[in-house]
Design a protein around this ligand. Structure first.
Ligand SMILES: O=P(O)(O)O[C@@H]1C[C@H](O)[C@@H](CO)O1
Length: 271
């Protein structure tokens, strides 16, 4: 079956469970899954039930597509994302973005947990992405058969109006929101201090293991894109301490309330 048919199969299944077309798609990063509880009249669909969907294998990624309302808008929320390091192909991990676009979203909010490379950042700060560096060594548009346009422009990938609105909104909340460049690595091992020094020279402010493939496909599909990272830890070697997924989850847990207030106001007024 080709990609377009697989997308249509998934879309038909989701529409049977929840008929209203979503306006906004949100991909929740590590530890962000709690946000699904803030949707009203929601329908939770397990990834394992959706035709052609991969399944989540990472702690902190629930593995549900949640359709519902938030602040009067129709949302499609991915509570759990797929990473290249889980062994999936680039096409697999970005398949849900294609499905959300086919369901009707026009805006995609991509969130993630990330390590702070920029020394002016602190753990618990948030960052609105201005750009990214793809260190994954591949693109989701690679392949003999590509779904859609092949040579896409990446100059204005993250929508500046959405970023400005996020910055404006952050002022009404107890949240520090920087602007910065996200570097995506393959993972799942964290980086070495030498790798982090290299990434700083390259111009990266943050490092993570996701987001970039989803953003490339969202850009191909001409969606408006807002990228928000939570600095869950300082990157390797910045502080004299080891890194762990436990710390990542713990930081997200401590900052969840700040995030909810901020994102709800953004959804209500700006997205
Ligand atoms: O899905 P995200 O990018 O938020 O997850 C990050 C990267 C790894 O999956 C994990 C490391 O703790 O968090």
């Amino acid at each position: 079956m080709d990609t377009e048919n697989k997308i249509q199969e998934a879309v038909s299944y989701i529409r049977e469970k929840y008929a209203n077309p979503p306006q906004i798609g949100i991909i929740l990063g590590s530890g962000f899954s709690f946000f699904q509880e803030h949707l009203q009249d929601s329908t939770v669909i397990a990834y394992s039930d959706i035709p052609n969907f991969p399944v989540s294998t990472v702690e902190g990624h629930a593995g549900n597509l949640v359709m519902g309302k938030c602040q009067g808008k129709e949302l499609c929320v991915m509570a759990g994302r797929f990473h290249y390091y889980e062994g999936y192909t680039m096409q697999d991990i970005t398949f849900p973005v294609r499905v959300m676009a086919a369901l009707g979203i026009k805006t995609l909010v991509v969130t993630n947990a990330a390590g702070g490379i920029n020394k002016s950042y602190s753990v618990g700060d948030f960052v609105a992405l201005t750009d990214h560096i793809n260190l994954l060594g591949s693109s989701p548009l690679r392949g003999k058969e590509t779904s859609g346009q092949r040579f896409i422009d990446m100059t204005h990938c993250y929508t500046s109006e959405l970023r400005d609105q996020a910055i404006e909104t952050s002022k009404n909340h107890d949240i520090t929101l920087h602007q910065g460049v996200y570097a995506a690595t393959h993972g799942p091992n964290f980086e070495t201090p030498a790798e982090i020094r290299m990434m700083r020279v390259m111009g990266a402010d943050l490092v993570g293991m996701s987001t970039v493939p989803e953003v490339i496909v969202a850009r191909q599909l001409q969606l408006q894109i807002l990228g928000i990272s939570c600095v869950t830890n300082m990157a390797a070697g910045v502080l004299d301490q080891e890194l762990s997924h436990h710390e990542v989850m713990d930081t997200m847990d401590k900052n969840r309330q700040k995030f909810v207030g901020f994102i709800e106001e953004l959804i209500a007024n700006k997205l």
